[in-house]
Design a protein around this ligand. Structure first.
Ligand SMILES: Nc1ncnc2c1ncn2[C@@H]1O[C@H](COP(=O)(O)OP(=O)(O)O)[C@@H](O)[C@H]1O
Ligand SMILES: [Mg+2]
Length: 256
């Protein structure tokens, strides 16, 4: 059976004035896969993600989510995906439970489904005891979990997360990693961005490396490693080599 492609970008370009933030990015993410979008700050990760979830109009190129063109079939595409932004942007005066009910209503779930799903998600994210506190009283980690819970409310086929583990304690980071893996095992496609190599390595089946708007390499960890010469080059060297990281000599120069 052919792999089912759930995210497809073709020659995706975003220009801000003279600046090309994203240059001809073509990639595919399949059902059952956790895909890591790895690159240094300013590489174009957030810009690409916003085009995938339909928040930003591409300058040119196309994006399909669950088979729907994000520009010509925006409602169907958006109904198929969940999005967790880099900083939680929640309705601060709602309680956690009210937030999930509200999101369930947005997606037109019926009342019973909303109540049931809310309880399940609160339990899954360890938010049950805080369920009736307002979101603005939550810690960053709790807000991040509430944000992911609301993205999962309609059980999306595609889940897109922008730097999901930034600022999380190890327990929450582990919980999120486990939940993303389970989503993939149940047939979703998960797309997450990170600037941390180790996170991509630990959490993802395949990795795309983006630098200055260019997708410079895509593959499994082993495939990326084989880009290094004779196997003695670490992935860190490959990542830094591809993205032009500072060499040891340069660091020594700066620190002296
Ligand atoms: N609204 C904007 N206007 C102008 N330039 C932008 C805007 N948003 C992002 N950029 C620029 O586009 C590039 C990519 O940004 P971004 O996608 O946020 O990178 P990343 O998420 O990988 O850190 C950066 O150089 C950034 O300064
Ligand atoms: Mg970003």
């Amino acid at each position: 059976m052919p792999e089912l492609t759930l995210i497809e970008t073709r020659n995706l370009v975003k220009r801000y004035g003279d600046k090309m933030a994203v240059k001809n990015v073509s990639l595919e993410v399949h059902k059952g896969e956790v895909f890591g979008f790895l690159g240094p700050n300013g590489a174009g990760k957030t810009t690409t993600i916003k085009m995938i979830v339909g928040l930003l109009q591409p300058t040119s190129g196309t994006v399909k989510v669950a088979g729907y063109d994000v520009q010509t079939q925006p409602l169907l595409a958006k109904a198929s995906s969940g999005y967790v932004p880099d900083t939680p942007n929640l309705y601060a005066k709602l309680t956690g439970r009210e937030l999930l009910h509200f999101v369930g209503d947005l997606y037109d779930l019926d009342r019973k489904q909303v109540a049931q799903r809310t309880d399940e998600l609160l339990r899954m994210f360890d938010l049950t005891t805080a369920a009736d506190d307002t979101v603005d009283s939550y810690s960053h980690g709790m807000q991040q979990k509430a944000s992911l819970a609301s993205a999962l409310m309609h059980d999306p086929k595609v889940l897109v997360l922008d730097e999901p583990t930034v600022g999380l304690d190890p327990k929450s980071a582990r919980l999120i990693k486990d939940i993303l893996r389970q989503m993939a095992e149940r047939g979703a496609a998960v797309f997450l961005s990170t600037h941390i190599l180790e996170i991509a390595e630990r959490m993802c089946d395949r990795i795309g490396i983006i630098n200055k708007g260019d997708l410079v390499a895509v593959g499994t960890m082993n495939e990326l490693r084989s880009l290094g010469k004779a196997g003695e080059v670490s992935l860190e060297d490959i990542f830094l080599g591809l993205t032009g990281g500072a060499e040891e000599a340069e660091i020594a120069e700066i620190l002296k």
